[in-house]
Design a protein around this ligand. Sequence first.
Ligand SMILES: [Zn+2]
Length: 201
Amino acid sequence: MAEFKLEAIKCKNCGSGLVVEINDFVTYCTNCGSGFEIVDGVLQPIEVNFASPVRPAEGELIYKPFWILKTSVTILERTSSGGFLKNLFGGHDGSGGKLKFYIPAFRMPVDNMKEMATAFTVKDPVPSPQKFNVKVTGFAYGKEDAMKIAEFLLISFEADKSDTMKTFRYEINVDSYEILGIPFYKLSNGNLKDAIIGLSI
Ligand SMILES: [Zn+2]
């Protein structure tokens, strides 16, 4: 069994004690709303916000972490004619644009991961996240993982809409990494259902 030690971690901004669970690499100060990524034991500031539940209650409400990657995508070359990405970029000419990825940062089966990341990224259902005085824990995936999943999504958006895709070259730059706490209901059968779109995992 791996050894670990619990350390009392204090918010760099207000000095409050922070809740850090084993393996968490992001922590949020419920006192002042500051977020920190824990990199080699050092607290680096990161934006952490929350989404309000929009679906009615069906169980205990908890918050699960998503990475929000605000990116700039440039399509360098494509031989398919998929219009899907073009729509996502907001009516540009298809050569690229801004794309905000919602990537779950907590553990779930890969099919659920793809479904949930796709649904949230396409809908962009949380345009104005807020500071809440709630706990968000259970981080399983870091920035690098989130970036890989974002690229996988980008390619799948393009591929799903064309059965003849031959070439798709792109450049993706991350303008910012943020954390978004998404509300979920704990259902009586043990599953989780998000309180924004209503997907179950
Ligand atoms: Zn604080």
